[in-house]
Design a binder for this molecule. Sequence first.
Ligand code: EPZ
Length: 419
Amino acid sequence: MDKLRIEGGHRLSGNLRVAGAKNAALPIMAAALLTSEELRLDNVARLADTATMGRLLAGLGVAVERDGQSYALRAARLGSVEAPYDLVKTMRAAILVLGPLLAREGSARVSLPGGCAIGARPVDQHLKGLQALGAELTIEQGYIVARRSGAGRLRGARIVTDMVTVTGTENLMMAATLADGETIIENAAREPEVADLAACLNAMGARVRGAGTDRIVIEGVERLHGATHRIMPDRIETATFLVAAAAAGGDITLEGTAPDTLDAVLDKLREAGARIETAADTIRLRMDQRPRAVSLRTEPYPAFPTDAQAQFLALNCIADGVARITENIFENRFMHVLELQRLGASIDIDGHTAIVRGIDHLSGATVMATDLRASASLVIAGLVARGQTTVERTYHLDRGYEEMERRLASLGARIERVR
Ligand code: EPZ
């Protein structure tokens, strides 16, 4: 297994291009199932997760061609409607083929994702919503077996999800595009990735209104056609590099990003003492002082994103002051704390809140990544720790970041991958 070896204490400076959003690419790739024509996607980041989604679609009979960061997907006719356990267990987002398969083929057999490091992450809201659209669902040998009731199409319905769910909203929105009649999703997720998916669906001939708000209205249509769509920039990757520069100090400019999709993160970085300038698709961050401790609570968009919590917690480890970080979305998303403590961090956990007392410096050690954003947190800690830090199990990092070490090294970090 690969490891990352980092020598701490080097400031970051220079320009970096942000990749396409993982959490927009995954549902949008699944949307290819909704038409027999070709869906062309640009700005798809080369990640383990997008590769996994490509393999999953190919297993269903979709013609998948990748050229760099462009994909051509064509679900002319599907050979299977099954998302197998050995793929789903490596990527929960595989659940996103359930809605499209039901809408397109009238049946689906998708492995239940099972638990994950950061929490139970059930999919009950996905199933409740699909049942409201007329699907019959049973659980058989760990698989969700779904079929449209009778021979007809799914039927539009009004759905109110119990809590805000990003992929739940996306699954239901995709299923509703080919249903008879109108579907209303109340309490919908407002994440920008949901709006990006809706933009792609509408380019394919769907009629989706209100994406990006908590009320989405979908007018079912007879069929969807091919389209070309450019994936939005990755706001979490943007946040990760900005927090890294705020922690290590320096002056970086991120290009090809979308400043208006991460206001809550930029506010917290300014509160920590960073100087930030934004333009249409660039963000410049300068930090030439010790960060100030910044407290935060994770909440659904547009509030502070849970996917940037671990990164900010690492920043607070060396900040001036005491910070309280409350994780309100997942029940077990503090695994990075145990590893940061190995680097000398002073953190206490009280239920869903981590109290972080900033110390003068962390000390390098070997640490182990446990999930995608925890691994980013450990890399940031390694950038600022004295001496050498080795981060193990970097396959977690590779799920959501394209060549993280090469891109950080291009900003002046001393970081290398050890095979
Ligand atoms: C999406 O996961 C993202 N993944 C996650 O990013 C992100 O952390 C999360 O949204 C929250 O923003 C993708 O978009 C592929 P949820 P998702 O459904 O959709 C509970 C990353 O690092 N819930 O919004 O799975 C759930 O347990 C990943 O890129 C139910 O109880 O998250 C959680 O507590 C990690 N029942 C909360 O809702 C359901 O049916 C929010 O989950 C669905 C969700």
